[in-house]
Design a protein around this ligand. Structure first.
Ligand code: UDP
Length: 326
């Protein structure tokens, strides 16, 4: 019997990271998690797998990868709030770009050759057409997106010079959670639409819809909501692709279907059988009217397809988790 592949996951105590760790373990991988617990939760990581350290500590990270005989890395650890990045760009370039450089340096020293990187649809900025193809220009319009573009650039050079192979997964709107309710989405502060809509139902405090005058069917923004477990599965497919000798590449991870904010409100009302209290407010700075992925490349090249593709299922899973916490 072959021994399980040893994978290091940075940011594995966070929302997407912890769902991916759970899926990796279910699929027989041996996982070590590095997380500084600044945003993630210790309880999200199975006992004995968490190494509480900062990925900016290149030396400690190198040692850990040597000790655990890491074969590949999945890199989630990052700051994620677009609005905050417009106020504190330094935090984003430090935590996302510089810390990733530290990780890549450690990988080099420990002779680890494969990386799956959490990139984002924010690398495209305000795309000129929809759905978005991977070949569209990278024109981030905020420091968050730019910090990820910079890591994709680092990856290109580490590939060309050091033969590190990588897959950058450009996420659309991750949402939903483990159907069994073991893990969920818990950001502090919460900025994401679906948990905010569920919170509005629970508390009666209205949620603000950011803009009702966009050039979309009902005037509200369109996004491509992707179930976090379908996103997690894309990481595992990317990992297998790289470990089988695949060349470096970039993939969108979305369903290819867009929903307006009003459609999300209706889905929450159907699932909870309650009204969502909301008010229409001004547009949020930096919000593109529509972001919908073309997921053709991910489907055809990595054989991915969403298991939980419809918005209602995503909302149902998120609602189960929200109820279990209240
Ligand atoms: N949104 C909203 N009110 C909120 C939070 C979000 O209307 O309180 C909208 C936002 O303008 C966007 C969509 O919901 O069109 C998804 O926003 P989210 O912050 O969840 O993700 P993003 O698309 O910014 O990554």
């Amino acid at each position: 019997m072959t021994s399980p592949r040893k994978i290091l996951v940075t940011g594995g105590a966070g929302y997407i990271g912890s769902h991916t760790v759970q899926l990796l373990l279910e699929q027989g991988y041996d996982v070590a998690v590095v997380d500084n617990l600044s945003k993630g939760y210790r309880r999200n990581v199975p006992a004995g797998r968490l190494f509480a350290m900062n990925i900016a500590d290149t030396k400690a990270l190198t040692e850990l990868m040597r000790q655990t005989r890491t074969e590949a890395v999945i890199h989630f650890a990052a700051s994620i709030a677009v609005g905050e990045s417009m106020r504190e760009p330094e935090t984003y370039f430090a935590n996302n770009t510089c810390a990733s450089l530290s990780l890549l340096t450690a990988m080099l020293r420990a002779d680890v050759k494969h990386l799956v990187f959490s990139s984002t649809a924010a690398v495209y900025g305000n795309p000129h057409a929809s759905p978005i193809l991977e070949s569209f220009p990278l024109q981030a319009v905020n420091p968050y997106g730019e910090s990820k573009v910079m890591v994709e650039t680092l990856l290109r050079w580490f590939g060309a010079i050091h033969h590190l192979t990588s897959v950058s997964l450009r996420y659309f709107n991750a949402s939903g959670c483990d159907p069994q309710g073991r893990l969920g989405e818990e950001h502090e502060p919460e900025t994401h639409l679906i948990p905010l809509l569920l919170r509005a139902v629970a508390t009666g405090t209205p949620v603000t819809v950011f803009g009702g005058d966009y050039d979309t069917p009902d005037g509200t923004c369109i996004r491509d909501y992707i179930h976090v477990l379908d996103l997690a599965q894309a990481h595992i497919l990317a990992l297998e692709y790289l470990m089988q000798g695949g060349a470096s590449d970039q993939f969108n991870v979305g369903t290819g279907t867009g929903h307006t904010v009003m459609e999300a409100i209706r889905a929450v009302e159907e699932v909870t059988a309650q009204k969502v209290p909301y008010v229409i407010g001004p547009r949020r700075e930096g919000d593109p009217p529509a972001l919908v992925a073309s997921s053709d490349k991910l489907r055809s090249k990595l054989g991915w397809s969403p298991k939980y593709g419809d918005l209602r299922t995503i909302v149902e899973h998120a609602w189960n988790f929200a109820r279990s916490k209240s």
